[in-house]
Design a protein around this ligand. Structure first.
Ligand code: TYM
Length: 326
């Protein structure tokens, strides 16, 4: 199977990104052809600091590798190095309808009541994402729940293009894990854990140190019920039990039973230990990699060269199909 996923390099990378996209991809790596993209052209759709973007590109590469992506097996690449992405995005913009693009929930959320002053790129971003996916004959796209609608748009565009111009694109499917695809904010558990949240207390960053993790988890919003139980309606607690389960590999209901009578504080203390034990080796590896940017850059360059060959071949087929090749 051909698998592809990507993450936007913004200043923060949190455990939602890790469990929603990276660890599922790492699991799929062995048996499949995997591509891991750094979606840097997506990151410029909102105001950004060039220096911070530059650093974040390396941060994402470091996180991929530290989490178990093997660059000799998987193609780790940078979106902006391959001009076929933006070129196909232009072609797909002429296939996509205004109506379906306007329906994208993430655009509505991000633009809020400022629709006239956000960038056009923020609006067309799902079409660039469709291009990322379709250029590589991707069959499966492991993502968190918030990206499902975008992958579905990529499906629709592939099908419409194929119907009009012939069978060029593979129609992709999202792969969304039952657990971990929708981690919630620690401060407002009815919302998702998000990089753009105003408070850093709402997420656990991959590079948070032990003290910070402790502070964030101990002050995570839960409820005042006495017993620990695993129930959807108790959003804050449910989220903590999910994180506990993801970081230990134990079943969430088993954890809830074990802590049933022990109270929230004891549960949170054990969770801090579990999260730190899980992140510690990843952090050590990430710091090591980030200390050697030349090596990281080389890995990205190599992967991007491989990806470029695949993408250019696909774009060639597309251009022929739409009639512009002489
Ligand atoms: P991005 O950078 O916002 O998020 C990266 C991945 O993390 C997942 N995620 C979460 N998973 C679980 N719980 C959460 N709270 C949570 N928050 C985020 C996202 O669903 C995503 O899988 N447009 C994409 C990047 C992209 C891409 C692509 C992805 C560009 N091209 C092609 C797949 C295929 C984005 O902005 O993700």
């Amino acid at each position: 199977m051909r698998i592809l996923t990507g993450i936007q390099p913004t200043n923060v990378l949190h455990i939602g990104n890790l469990f929603g996209a990276i660890t599922p991809a790492v699991e799929l790596q062995k048996e499949n052809d995997l591509s891991m993209m750094i979606a840097d052209y997506h990151a410029i759709t909102v105001a950004h600091d060039p220096k911070a973007l530059h650093e974040s590109i390396l941060l994402i590469a470091g996180a991929y590798l530290a989490s178990g992506i093997n660059p000799t097996k998987t193609v780790l690449f940078q979106q902006s190095q391959i001009s076929a992405h933006t070129e196909l995005a232009w072609i797909l913009q002429s296939v996509a309808y205004m109506g379906e693009t306007k329906r994208m929930t993430q655009f509505k959320e991000k633009s809020g009541d400022k629709q006239d002053s956000v960038s056009v790129g923020l609006f067309t971003y799902p079409i660039l994402m469709a291009s990322d996916i379709l250029l590589y004959d991707t069959q499966i796209v492991p993502v968190g729940h918030d990206q499902k609608q975008h992958v579905e748009l990529a499906r629709d565009l592939a099908q419409r293009f194929n119907k009009t111009y012939g069978n060029i694109f593979v129609v992709p499917e999202p792969a969304i894990r039952k657990q971990g695809a929708r981690l919630k904010s620690l401060t407002e558990p009815e919302k998702k854990m998000s990089k753009s949240a105003p408070s850093a207390k709402s997420y656990i960053s991959l590079l948070d140190d032990k003290d910070i993790i402790y502070k964030k988890i101990m002050s995570a919003v839960t409820d005042s019920e006495r017993l620990i139980t695993l129930e959807d309606r108790r959003e804050g607690l449910f989220n903590l039990l999910t994180i506990f389960s993801l970081t230990t590999g134990r079943q969430a209901d088993e954890i809830a039973n074990e802590y049933a009578e022990q109270g929230m504080k004891v549960l949170k203390e054990s969770l801090c230990e579990a999260v730190f034990a899980y992140l510690d080796p990843i952090q050590t590896k990430m710091r090591e990699l980030l200390n050697n940017p030349a090596e990281l850059k080389q890995i990205i360059q190599n992967g991007s060269q491989t990806a470029k060959m695949q993408a250019d071949a696909k774009l060639k087929q597309v251009k022929k199909a739409i009639g512009v090749t002489l």
